[in-house]
Design a protein around this ligand. Structure first.
Ligand code: TRP
Length: 334
């Protein structure tokens, strides 16, 4: 760990195949941030359990997600990359933080309310406690920064509240993390309803590009993308479909929006959509190939996990021992 760099923590849930939106919005950012910060990245498998999972699928999703991240350039030698459930301090700190958390502040969370509505048959304590587990993830590593999208802002806010509350009650213990607002956090919308976020749980598979889609599927989905009845390829609020495609094109090629607009001046929507599809396939093809290669080597992935857990555990244990001491638990002597 470089002492001069700030510590950044982030995590993602292994809850199914990723989309192009996740790739552009999260994975690419994780890679860029590794240059700037000491990064600690977790696969938040305990969080995933808060909604119903098929056990075998959760396990294979976890391997698959790890393979995608490594294939995308998250080098486990250059960051701490681990599986949340491998470091038991996450669950243990959650218990302690639960003792200073009020039910009211958890039941008010927007995501809890949304998920309770969407999973009405399984509103469980874990779902409600989700933000406390997330606070534990972050606070165990004394993270300075947490990259957050709009949907996680409230969770970072409660993390800060809990850190401050604990520090006030038991003396200074936790670093209070700041949100990291990324400059390149482009939002990718659904291809079928450009007013909505691209989501892997969309019932219409044409709405999203999955990182497992082959070239033909990718191009076909872009050809079917919903646009408008105008003909001009221009970034404009009144043209959400075309604007989304321009954003995607610019993200996958590295060209600016205005360069992209110029490139397609006078061309039709049909040609443009195929070009976006091809550029996206060019970007994803080598990643998918590399992901499949990594995935076929479980032994390597298990080693990456073991090594990551060892490094994470060392930091997390230190924080947890301090917390246990502060709240008055008797230290276990070896
Ligand atoms: N809740 C986050 C999400 O779904 C994932 C997550 C778990 C996380 N723990 C975290 C993100 C800690 C940042 C920091 O996107």
């Amino acid at each position: 760990m470089n002492e001069e760099k700030k510590t950044l923590f982030s995590a993602i849930q292994p809850s199914g195949i990723l989309t192009l939106g996740n790739y552009i919005g999260a994975i690419r950012n994780w890679k860029a941030l590794m240059e700037e910060c000491n990064c600690i990245y977790a696969l938040a498998d305990l969080h995933t359990l808060t909604v119903k999972q098929v056990p075998a699928q959760l396990r294979s999703n976890t391997y698959e997600l790890a393979a995608i991240y490594i294939a995308s350039g998250i080098d486990p030698e250059k960051c701490i990359f681990f599986v949340q459930s491998h470091v038991s301090a996450h669950a243990e700190l959650t218990w302690i933080l639960n003792t200073i958390t009020y039910p009211g502040e958890l039941s008010r969370m927007t995501q809890f309310k949304d998920k309770s509505r969407n999973h009405a048959d399984n509103v469980n304590m874990g779902l409600m406690d989700y933000p406390v587990l997330m606070a534990s993830d972050i606070l165990l590593y004394n993270a300075d920064l947490v990259p957050v999208g709009q949907d996680q802002k409230q969770h970072l806010e409660i993390t800060r509240d809990l850190a401050i509350r604990f520090n006030n009650r038991y003396s200074d213990t936790f670093k209070v993390p700041e949100p990291y607002i990324s400059a390149t956090g482009a939002k990718i919308a659904s291809l079928q309803d450009p007013e909505k976020k691209m989501s892997k749980s969309d019932p219409n598979v044409n709405a999203f590009i999955s990182l497992n889609d082959d070239r033909d599927t990718i191009i076909r989905k872009f050809k079917r993308a919903v646009t408008d009845s105008d003909t001009e390829i221009r970034f404009d609020e009144s043209k959400p479909g075309i604007s989304n495609l321009l954003t995607i094109y610019s993200c996958v090629t590295g060209k600016t929006i205005s360069e992209s607009e110029k490139e397609f001046e006078g061309k039709g929507y049909g040609d443009f959509k195929v070009a976006v599809g091809e550029a996206t396939a060019d970007l994803l093809e080598p990643i998918t190939k590399e992901k499949n290669r990594i995935l076929s080597d479980k032994k390597y992935l298990d080693e990456v996990f073991a090594n990551g857990a060892l490094q994470a555990d060392r930091i997390a244990r230190r924080t947890l021992s301090k917390v246990y001491r502060k709240v008055g638990l008797v230290e276990r002597k070896h």
